[in-house]
Ligand binder design. Sequence first.
Ligand SMILES: NC(=O)c1ccc[n+]([C@@H]2O[C@H](COP(=O)([O-])OP(=O)(O)OC[C@H]3O[C@@H](n4cnc5c(N)ncnc54)[C@H](OP(=O)(O)O)[C@@H]3O)[C@@H](O)[C@H]2O)c1
Length: 246
Amino acid sequence: MTSQSVENKVALITGANKGIGLEIARQLGVQGITVLIGARDEKRGQEAADKLHAEHNIDAHAVLLDVTDNSTIDAAAKHIESEFGKLDILVNNAGVFVESVPPSQLDMEVLRRTYDTNFFGVFAVIKAMLPLLRKSDAGRIVNMSSGLGSLTQNSDPNFEYAQFKLLGYNSSKTALNAMTVQFAHELIDTPIKVNSADPGYVATDINANQGTRTVEQGAIAPVRLATLPNDGLTGGFFDENGVVPW
Ligand SMILES: NC(=O)c1ccc[n+]([C@@H]2O[C@H](COP(=O)([O-])OP(=O)(O)OC[C@H]3O[C@@H](n4cnc5c(N)ncnc54)[C@H](OP(=O)(O)O)[C@@H]3O)[C@@H](O)[C@H]2O)c1
């Protein structure tokens, strides 16, 4: 299988000012793809774009985008339309992890806050960007899920991370996987492929750098899914080694 030509390709990565998102932008950018650094803080987004440009001569641009704020999502879509006319790759990477208690003690507000970003935020961004992805001849949507979103793994007492029973976070990623399946089905007759990625347990701010993998390793699966060839799979859940069970 050969990878897509990168000529004039444009990728939007949400939450790309740091962590795995920034590394995904770097790995796509060094392939010659124009990368749009989605960030909810304009200054930190610009700093990340400047860094990629300075270190690797990547064509990187900051785009203000808070996935919980529709006005920034709509403005980002309009900006991408006027500047680039289309979008080839959307990586829904922005995510939060804001709980530390067992399910019975979880605060409803914390549960809602988790879903606002990890589920509703992804939906809002896909909806706004879909018209631009339809203008690409090889649109790709990658939803950043987690092994913690796998019901098969979560219900296995021998799963390496079986002790992480975090109702809000885990179920928001399970719901995100459901979104992957549904959009992939709807778009099956288009060139657009929709997949979920599991980056593994990566040392970033989201886990106070407790993860055991590097951002370079965490970015492998999402970057591969973002650059799938035309005969690549859609509607699946993958880590860098292959299929992850739902
Ligand atoms: N690290 C892991 O072990 C691991 C494992 C499985 C899945 N994941 C997933 O991988 C993705 C990236 O996480 P990470 O590990 O790189 O964590 P991270 O370093 O904390 O990065 C999270 C990114 O999401 C952004 N973000 C959060 N809320 C946002 C919002 N409302 N609008 C726009 N951006 C927002 C953050 O922006 P700010 O800088 O402004 O906060 C930051 O850029 C997440 O979806 C996470 O669930 C991570």
